[in-house]
Design a protein around this ligand. Structure first.
Ligand SMILES: Cc1ncc(COP(=O)(O)O)c(C=O)c1O
Length: 440
């Protein structure tokens, strides 16, 4: 389906001709110049190429129309995994083959652990096979019992990990601006049965860690942060993972940094660190080769680790491109009736592009219009985990629909737009124009 407006096609052509990163590095186009001169022109449909110093190699408008056509088979998902140069991965694979050591704390898992510690400035950082097991291990190691106050605006794994550990999730509402758990509601929901807070740095946006710490201290509660989305995020120039008793990460293929499947736990406590090491490996104390506690199998393997080593080399560039695309979306959509997440990070990773529309109906209309053109944003996180059918069928006490107005509003109006480093600028431009067409 070709875009019918020739000037808009011109814009698309330019995007195709100069992929976002080239534009960014183009002699005459600085990032600021691109945003100031170019983006408003997309909105207006008027593009003065000379003003931004670009002379696209265009022979005719017909050629432009052909190049901007979106084929019916095209499908742009909300994300695509970062993949390194395959030869780089193969080089590591050959080393794994030679060593014949595939898992069980192999050389590449150890190397990745060391490099990630250095990269994020963390001392006690332990790799595991996925982010869900990281959460379950955190609950186990801290010996959490009874009720845990958590957010319903999250991926299923946060709530499910509590159910797996036979804990009682109690839901607090979120802040309508940051989309993170509201500490004041956490405080209101504390009962004698409460032992911990499990908060999520939603889309990588830091929680109000200072207020949560204060509440936890006053009420003698443990704090676990689900930082599945928060790779390399900092709050007040300090790693977000340095807060709480344990923080967890996910390195699933959909994440800003991934190891295909993978995860990690971060703690400040040496005893907790030792216990995590035991639990992730069946409870085996390798110094005496004896099983000393009931652990699980949460070991990362060498194939996951080498993907991480490859991806880590490209992570700075990858996040830089994400930032650029994120800013393009904001710049192009901010005059509409939409809400963006209020980012609290001093260093952010731009893992997601959540946009809240004025209501559920508009959100659904936008989603439909995009999907009809081959673009598949996601309703992350909808429904709230408290509204999962299996949750509703639990005991009467757990069946309460907590007062969750902000979470309900955000969940029913949010859409995460496609955002990943290889997303073409032509696609960003098209997504923007489709949304603008629905909204105006
Ligand atoms: C908020 C949150 N917590 C936990 C997880 C679980 O991580 P994993 O998929 O690595 O098990 C995810 C995964 O997407 C997530 O989004």
């Amino acid at each position: 389906m070709a875009n019918s407006h020739p000037l808009k096609n011109m814009v698309d052509y330019l995007f195709l001709k100069y992929p976002i990163n080239d534009l960014y590095n183009h002699d005459t186009i600085t990032k600021e110049g691109y945003q100031e001169n170019y983006i408003p022109d997309i909105i207006e449909g008027i593009l003065d190429l000379d003003s931004v110093g670009v002379k696209p190699d265009v022979e005719s408008v017909a050629e432009i129309q052909i190049t901007t056509e979106v084929s019916d088979e095209k499908r742009v998902n909300v994300t695509l995994p970062d993949l390194p140069d395959i030869n780089e991965y193969i080089n590591y694979l050959e080393e794994v083959w030679d060593s014949k050591w595939l898992t069980n704390d192999g050389q590449f898992v150890q190397l990745l652990e060391k490099k990630l510690k250095e990269f994020m400035g963390l001392k006690k950082f332990l790799l595991v096979s996925n982010g869900t097991l990281a959460l379950q291990i955190a609950l186990k190691v801290l010996n959490i019992k009874g009720s845990v106050i958590t957010t319903p605006f999250t991926f299923a794994a946060t709530t499910n990990s509590l159910l797996w550990e036979r804990l009682n999730p109690v839901f607090a509402d979120i802040d309508p601006e940051t989309f993170n758990i509201d500490p004041e509601d956490v405080e209101r929901k504390i009962t004698p049965d409460t032992t911990a807070i499990m908060a999520v740095h939603t889309y990588g946006n830091p929680c109000d860690v200072e207020r949560i710490e204060e509440i936890a201290k006053d009420n003698d509660l443990m704090v676990i942060y689900d930082g599945a989305h928060a790779f390399n995020v900092q709050y007040k120039n300090r790693s977000i993972f340095s807060y709480g008793d344990i923080s967890t990460l996910s390195f699933h293929a959909t994440k800003a940094f991934h190891t295909i499947e993978g995860g990690a736990l971060v703690t400040k406590d040496a005893e907790v660190e030792e216990k995590i090491k035991l639990i992730r490996n069946h409870g085996i104390d390798t110094s005496i080769e004896e099983v000393i506690l009931p652990g699980t199998n949460a070991k990362m393997n060498e194939f996951q680790a080498i993907m991480g080593l490859c991806n880590l080399k490209n992570i700075d560039r990858s996040i830089q491109i994400r930032k650029f695309i994120y800013e393009c979306y904001v710049e192009n959509l901010q005059d509409l009736d939409v809400k963006f997440q209020k980012i609290q990070a001093s260093q952010y990773n731009y893992a997601y592009m959540p946009v809240c529309f004025e209501d559920e109906k508009t959100r659904n209309r936008v989603e439909l219009a995009l999907s009809q053109m081959g673009y598949y944003p996601r309703k992350y996180f909808y429904p709230l985990t408290v509204d999962f059918e299996y949750f509703k069928s639990r005991s009467k006490d757990l069946n309460r629909r907590f007062d969750l107005k902000a979470a309900t509003d955000v969940s029913s109006s949010v859409l995460c737009l496609p955002l990943y480093p290889t997303l073409s600028s032509a696609d960003v431009s098209k997504i923007v124009s489709i949304i603008r067409e629905v909204m105006t």
